[in-house]
Ligand binder design. Structure first.
Ligand code: ACK
Length: 327
């Protein structure tokens, strides 16, 4: 297909405030790729006021990408410039010149990768270390870490207690409160689009519709790109209406992903039937290890009426109270 990328790029005005010299960026490896997009790990010299090399992630397009994918990447660039919060992934710079060269968005590197993969990795560890299945997750006390797992760094980094789950929910709510305050609707909030940085700090990423780098069946192919049906509010599915309240719906699904340590939502439900099921009042049932209190919050995010769903600010207060209560 013809790809008028060149014309498009000619209209784009580089931003000297963020432009980073390509020669100071050393690409090391591919972290992940989708149909059109790719995330690389790289070292950037003297970036963001830090002397010497810093490990960074670089978001770019594959050779087969076209104008609309470039427009998405550049729109993410614009959004990332505006967003500054500890729970939102930080832009460090960009390489957008010369016009013929690939566009690179340089973002902070998240040591543990995506929250979804992190949650799933923690499961294997639990069985390897014979930590009991998280039957008490969020309903009573923390899971005990066995002595042998305490010995290994990996086990420490990948052991998830009920308190960690609450902390993740709290951090993501804080980041989303900030995004809602600056009137930014994410549209694709899901565990795969939250990154986990050193200290297990949650960083919301992948806004601006650059949803291509995750290669799995979470997205349904449609004429207007790939659609994450199982995370979408009914009003988004029916009328393409996206608001912070539809982000709250997605957050409810993310909570379900947290409690199930990264399971795929609506198991066994065909995406084509989902809208009608939701309209008829169907919701995912309470995972067995989930407390009533948490399930109630999850279900409140799935209120049919967007205005009846809690705000991210209210959700943040709930997590704070639960954390104070020492759950
Ligand atoms: O779980 P992962 O290793 O973490 O697999 C995905 C993959 O790239 C495609 O999205 C990883 N990834 C994306 N952005 C970053 C980042 N800023 N830091 C570290 N890993 C990243 C993600």
């Amino acid at each position: 297909k013809t790809c008028p990328l060149w014309n498009f790029r000619m209209k784009f005005q580089p931003d000297p405030k963020w432009e980073f010299p390509r020669s100071l960026l050393k690409i090391e490896q591919v972290l992940g790729e989708g149909e059109f997009g790719r995330v690389l790990r790289a070292k950037a010299m003297n970036i963001g006021g830090i002397p010497g090399p810093t490990t960074v992630a670089v978001k770019t397009l594959k050779e087969n990408a076209c104008t609309s994918e470039l427009a998405d990447l550049l729109s993410e660039y614009q959004l990332l410039k505006e967003a500054q919060h500890p729970n939102v992934i930080r832009l460090l710079g960009a390489c957008t010149t010369p016009p013929g060269a690939p566009v690179y968005l340089i973002i902070e590197f998240a040591e543990f990768g995506s929250l979804r993969n992190y949650l799933r990795r923690s499961r294997h560890l639990e069985s390897e270390n014979r930590i009991p299945a998280p039957t008490s997750l969020l309903s009573t006390s923390p899971i005990n870490v066995s002595e042998e797992s305490q010995c290994s760094d990996n086990a420490l980094n990948y052991t998830i207690t009920p308190r960690d789950i609450l902390s993740f929910a709290w951090q993501i709510s804080k980041g989303m409160t900030y995004l809602a305050d600056i009137k930014l609707v994410h549209r694709d909030l899901a565990a795969r689009n939250v990154l986990l940085a050193t200290g297990r700090v949650c960083k919301i990423s992948d806004f601006g519709l650059t949803r291509d780098v995750y290669e799995d069946d979470a997205y349904l192919k449609r004429s207007k790109g790939r659609v994450p049906v199982k995370w979408m509010a009914p009003e988004s599915l029916a009328d393409h209406v996206y608001t912070s309240k539809s982000d709250v719906w997605s957050f409810g699904v993310l909570l379900w992903e947290l409690v199930t340590l990264g399971a795929s939502p609506y198991p066994g439900v065909d995406v084509h039937n989902l809208y009608n099921l939701l309209k008829a009042g169907y919701r995912m049932e309470k995972p067995s290890n989930c407390s009533q209190q948490l399930y109630k919050l999850m279900v409140s995010c799935w209120h049919q009426e967007p205005g009846m769903r809690p705000s991210f600010k209210e959700l943040t207060s709930h997590w704070e109270r639960m954390l104070e209560d020492g759950v």
